[in-house]
Design a protein around this ligand. Structure first.
Ligand SMILES: C[S@@+](CC[C@H](N)C(=O)[O-])C[C@H]1O[C@@H](n2cnc3c(N)ncnc32)[C@H](O)[C@@H]1O
Length: 253
């Protein structure tokens, strides 16, 4: 993991939940989509890898009421420090690579692994997926939730371009999931999003997406000016947020 990624999440950790909680119903619907996709049940041993502050993990725990705590894995302690103390959430400071290679041991065989918007940060994706697949139980499943390369967020032009350069292609991740021996399937989910423009400006200013960490203060300021001009007649922004849900599960037998 690059120093830039660590610094980015250290910087935004304190305000992360505030930025992403513009619509609490969004978090509920999104978490429900994860529960449905993985068919999570209370008896599953679950890990959320790259869980961040646990904004979604908390909802997963509330929905599933797991018998064992959900393993909340993140390499940035400042993010994990925001996780509420709860019997259903067990923090573990580690990267996906640490778990995959066994550098940090997972306490149990896992029935379900969620990677929501964290897989793009993984350096050696194929080897990491292979290692994570090796942690799964006989009825184990893994879910990579990620944005496609082209997104509807009202970012400025340079941010869209940089995002497209950095973001992996979901189809390649599907192939990777198959290549490590899991059955793979992808579906797309759309979440309708509504945000006040001024709130969105604050999100841009605080670099709410890691791609915004790629820009200097001056470049960001220019991007926000561009944004303000483009949306000068829209006090409320509405856009569709499409996500790829890439699921892999252990082949029977
Ligand atoms: C965009 S945030 C998503 C957090 C959370 N899953 C959510 O949806 O709110 C990405 C998270 O991935 C974590 N991360 C960065 N590199 C990682 C890696 N190599 N393995 C696992 N997580 C990583 C970051 O620390 C950050 O908390």
């Amino acid at each position: 993991m690059s120093d830039q990624t660590v610094e980015h999440y250290e910087r935004i950790a304190a305000d992360y939940d505030e930025h992403w909680s513009y619509d609490p119903d969004h978090i509920r619907r999104f978490s429900q989509a994860i529960v449905d996709s993985l068919r999570l049940t209370a008896t599953d041993a679950i890990a959320d890898v790259g869980c961040g502050t646990g904004l979604y993990t908390r909802r997963l725990a509330a929905e599933v009421e797991p018998e064992r705590p959900i393993l909340c894995v993140d390499p940035v302690p400042a993010m994990l420090d925001r996780l509420p103390r709860s019997r259903s959430l067990q923090p573990l400071v580690a990267s996906a690579e640490d778990l995959a290679t066994g550098r940090v041991a997972a306490p149990d065989r896992l029935d379900a692994i969620v990677l929501k918007e964290s897989f793009h940060h993984v350096a050696d994706r194929r080897a990491t997926l292979e290692g994570l697949a090796g942690l799964l139980s006989r009825h184990g499943r893994i879910l990579v939730v990620m944005l496609p390369r082209t997104i509807g967020h009202p970012l400025f032009r340079e941010a869209h371009e940089r995002f497209e350069e950095l973001q992996p292609e979901p189809a390649e991740v599907v192939d990777m999931v198959s290549a490590v021996g899991l059955r793979a399937v992808v579906s797309y989910r759309t979440f309708h999003t509504t945000i006040d423009r001024e709130r969105y400006v604050r999100m841009l200013e605080s670099r709410y997406m890691s791609v915004l960490g790629e820009f200097s203060d001056e470049e960001l300021r220019a991007g926000i000016d561009q944004f303000r001009h483009a949306y000068r007649n829209d006090p409320v922004l509405r856009f569709d947020d499409h996500f790829a849900f890439i699921k892999g599960w252990v082949r029977p037998g």
